[in-house]
Each structure stands twice: as C-alpha cells, then as structure tokens.
Design a protein around this ligand. Structure first.
Ligand code: 13P
Length: 247
C-alpha cells in the first residue's frame, strides 16, 4: 500500500507571524508521521517556510504554477521559481482557479505538464458542482477533467497526484459521504488504470470540508489515498489529528 498524503491548502490566508506559529505547532506536534505531509502556502511565503520546513517531515507546496516556462507573464510564478525554494508539490486546477480565474481543462493540463517537466509533482484537482451532481453528471465531469491531463501527460501520468474535490463540499461544511467519495475515487482509479500500468501508485486525495472529525472514516475508504485540506489545515491541532488519522 502506498503511503497516504495529507496536504494543507492554506489558500489566501496567513502572514509572517501566523505562518511561523502554525508551522511551529505542526512540527512540534508531529511524531514521525506514518504518512506524507505537505503544506501548500501562498507564493510570497516560500522564502519564509523553506528554512522552517528544511530537514523536517513536512514538504513545501504551491497553490498554482504557470503553464509557461519564463518571460512576459505578469503575476505568474514559474516552476523554476518553485524549485528555487524547494517546492515539491503544486496544486493545479483547483476549483477556485477554474471558477474565479477562468482556468479550463486544457490550461490545467499544460500546468500539470510544466510542473512535471520541472520536477514538481502536480496535485491535479477535479470535481463537480452541485448542479452537475444533481444532474447526475459527476462521473462525466471528473472524467473529462482528468482526461485532459492524461491526454497531455500520458507518458508520465503515474507521477501526478489527483485530488477529488466536489465543489459543493469546499468550505461549506458539507462533506461528501464516504460512499460518495469512494465511488468517484473508484471511477478515477479505473480511468488511470486504462492509461497506465502504474495507476495504483497514483495517490487520489479527497478534499472538501475534511476535518478532524470526519477524516478517519474518509481515509479508511478504498482508493482514498489522502486528503487536501483547506480550513482545517490552518488549525494545528485539527491538521495533526487528520495526519494521525492517515496512519
Ligand atoms: P476546505 O477543507 O476548507 O473545504 O477546502 C478544501 C479545499 O479546497 C482544499 O483544496
């Protein structure tokens, strides 16, 4: 069995003092975690977080990466810049980027490609809206989103991490039931199996109101290989409890 991955997505939260306090609490509370752990921090704080996390068990992650290598792309952050700060993971295609920044499947796929080429593991987010779920379109939507990434990255698709994040469960306190999550994870695993003999190696995370109370049950499901945690990753005791649930 592959080790689970618990990744915090801080989103646009934090500050110098708060980051230091949060990371100190997480690092001092971790007891040789039995799973992989990462925190995806806002880009301006890579320089602060890299030395705090150095040599520790918590990897540094980014929340996005440019699809371009370098050049005149104002506001973008390249994969080479991530590497300069020891970043191991980059979330791509988070629903908040799809929704508020107009990112489409093709762009998400090329961001994943750029991350892979630069030696950073993309955490590719997929997930349906409430309207899509109610119209019984969940499977179609997540498969379309993942297919775009497989299409462009077929040869190294086993190197990605996938995160299933139902949009209606993000920041709402509504979590997918373990059965709902397991079903979609099963669909994604089957799709990966059709693309690579190493599909079992791909971690498929669940994200969407995962918290200290519901993590253990979600993480016990087949094909749920970890979590991508928003709100609860900003509270050290909650994040530590989720990490402990993944052991
Ligand atoms: P919440 O855990 O706050 O629902 O956010 C989930 C998420 O979007 C992680 O990327």
């Amino acid at each position: 069995m592959t080790k689970k991955l618990i990744a915090g997505n801080w989103k646009m939260n934090g500050g110098l003092a708060a980051n230091q306090a949060l990371l100190n609490s997480i690092l001092s509370g971790l007891r040789g975690p039995a799973c992989d752990v990462a925190v995806c921090v806002p880009a301006p704080y890579f320089a602060q977080c890299q030395p705090l996390l150095a040599q520790g068990p918590v990897a540094l992650g980014a929340q996005d990466v440019s699809a371009h290598e370098t050049g005149a792309y104002t506001g973008e952050v390249s994969v080479a810049m991530l590497k300069d700060f020891g970043v191991r993971y980059a979330i791509v295609g988070h629903s908040e980027r799809r929704q508020y920044h107009g990112e489409n499947d093709a762009l998400v796929a090329s961001k994943a490609q750029r991350a892979l080429a630069g030696g950073v593991t993309p955490i590719v987010c997929v997930g349906e809206t409430l309207a899509e779920r109610e119209a019984n379109r969940t499977e179609e939507v997540v498969k379309r989103q993942l297919a775009a990434v497989i299409h462009l990255n077929g040869h190294c698709i086993s190197e990605i991490v996938v995160a299933y994040e139902p949009v209606w469960a993000i920041g709402t306190g509504k979590t997918a039931t373990p059965e709902q999550a397991r079903d979609v994870h099963g669909v994604l695993r089957a799709q990966l199996k059709a693309a690579t003999p190493h599909a079992q190696r791909v971690k498929i995370l669940y994200g969407g109101s995962m918290n200290a109370g519901n993590a253990a049950q979600l993480l016990a499901q087949p094909d749920i290989d970890g979590g991508l945690i928003g709100g609860a990753s900003l509270k050290a005791p909650d994040f530590l409890t989720i990490i402990a649930s993944a052991a």
